[in-house]
Design a protein around this ligand. Structure first.
Ligand SMILES: NC(=O)c1ccc[n+]([C@@H]2O[C@H](COP(=O)([O-])OP(=O)(O)OC[C@H]3O[C@@H](n4cnc5c(N)ncnc54)[C@H](O)[C@@H]3O)[C@@H](O)[C@H]2O)c1
Length: 418
């Protein structure tokens, strides 16, 4: 199964049917039942979004949370109380999370620079893991993670949730499942948005903690472009820098060093050409994927805002003669899902992870992001970041060689968790 095998409307209908009154009442915060036990490591903004989604889904039982920040723990406790649950258990250290026999599933939503350290501890256990994107800040750590995960039986998936936004599910379905455009030739993505938000200890203002903007933020878009191209990237050229945001920002004496705009061009082995545009000093949020094939053009877009309390709006346009969406058609999930975070993408990322867990136990496949998909998104993102620094085209084979790897070695490398 692929994430676009059903339309966003069918996906929402199926998910809502599961959110039956009875199931919804049986909240994730109860303790005595047979659903998988859940622990969340890192309960900042994203960890709390996962807690809310877990409650909405009602398919796991919250066993506890771990974080190093008293404020984040307090905010998570408040959220759980608002949802009607008992104060969650606070683990006193990371090892205790993975030693807890009541925990089956762990969501890791700590800052990027901690992912590899947390995963190294996690891999000593057989818990199913959903690790937030990007998998690491450095490509060498991402490669090490892929190798380590390959020897493991338990499920390991990544939180590349943008692929579950309604407009992307639907454009993939048009292009891949329905072949509405014929053979794809070009892909262009863009994101316009306001600056990075405040984070605990401001880790996202520093490349050493985030991996750089193209790794931290844009691995989502490189995942989408890679999935659409369905081929290996062979070269990446990027130009970008820090023009407006956080120019005078310092935290504990260190100046911020993150890019706030970039243009990236990617060539794929099947001659598909792709581009990505980032601008982070815009007033409102707008993202777009334009795919052009032999028969026509598709545009998937989303408008959103941090300023007003307005829902985001997704749209799909398929400019192919006679197509029902020739003129733009709104696409979105029901409000209860849209409002659970990232336009419903987190809901479906977690739902898909749990479906993968269930179907894997039943010997079937499901569609959450694999470690290899996360790695290829990381490879493009890291090459783009290197291209900005080198002011030169980065040949992917050469880039992998510089990191002690090759595309041939990766092709032969099929982690057991796939
Ligand atoms: N997939 C998405 O759309 C999406 C969106 C936002 C964030 N994220 C990712 O989620 C992760 C967390 O981002 P956030 O926005 O919640 O950041 P945040 O700063 O709001 O929260 C991070 C939390 O992790 C805690 N933490 C730090 N080191 C820890 C450790 N070693 N063990 C346990 N807890 C630790 C911090 O105290 C903080 O509470 C990042 O990897 C980020 O890239 C993903």
């Amino acid at each position: 199964m692929r994430f676009y095998d059903e339309s966003s409307a069918a996906r929402a209908k199926r998910a809502c049917a599961k959110l039956s009154e009875e199931r919804f009442q049986k909240s994730t915060l109860e303790t005595a039942d047979s659903r998988p036990g859940l622990a969340v490591v890192g309960v900042g903004m994203m960890g709390r979004e996962h807690l809310g989604v877990a409650h909405l889904l009602g398919r796991t039982v919250l066993r506890g949370i771990f974080d190093q920040s008293a404020q984040s723990l307090e905010a998570a406790d408040e959220l759980v109380a608002t949802l009607g649950g008992e104060a969650p258990h606070h683990y006193s250290n990371l090892e205790d999370v993975f030693a807890d026999p009541t925990v089956d599933v762990v969501i890791v939503s700590t800052p990027n620079y901690t992912h590899w350290d947390v995963v190294r501890v996690a891999l000593k256990s057989e818990k199913a893991l959903l690790v937030e994107k990007p998998m690491a800040t450095r490509l060498e750590d991402a490669l090490a993670m892929v190798k380590a995960v390959s020897n493991r039986k338990a499920l390991f998936r990544l939180g590349m949730q943008y692929r579950f936004k309604a407009q992307y599910v639907d454009v993939f379905r048009e292009v891949k499942a329905l072949a509405s455009l014929g053979a794809v030739k070009t892909i262009s993505m863009s994101e316009y948005r306001p600056p990075f938000l405040k984070k605990v200890e401001q880790w996202n203002k520093f490349s050493r903690y985030s991996g750089g903007t193209l790794v931290e933020k844009c691995c989502h878009y490189f995942d989408l472009i890679n999935q659409m191209a369905e081929a290996e990237p062979i070269s990446v050229y990027a130009s970008g820098g820090q023009a407006v945001n956080f120019l005078d920002f310092e935290y504990e004496g260190s100046p911020s060093d993150i890019d706030d705009h970039a243009f990236v061009v990617i060539n794929y082995s099947n001659d598909i050409r792709a581009s990505f545009t980032l601008n982070m000093f815009s007033e409102e949020l707008y993202e777009e994927m334009v795919v052009v094939g032999e028969k026509g053009r598709a545009v998937a877009s989303e408008r959103s805002t941090f300023k007003r309390n307005e829902p985001s709006t997704g749209a799909l346009q398929v400019e192919v003669s006679g197509h029902s969406h020739y003129h733009s058609q709104d696409v979105s999930y029901p409000d209860i899902i849209e409002q659970s975070g990232h336009s419903g993408a987190t809901f479906f990322a977690q739902e898909s992870f749990l479906n993968t867990l269930e179907s894997r136990n039943a010997g079937q496949s499901a569609d959450s992001a694999t470690v290899m998909q996360g790695l290829w998104a990381m490879i493009v993102a890291s090459a783009a970041q290197a291209s900005i620094q080198r002011k030169a085209v980065v040949d992917i084979e050469q880039f992998l060689f510089e990191h002690g790897c090759s595309s041939l070695a990766l092709a032969e490398f099929t982690p057991t968790t796939e």
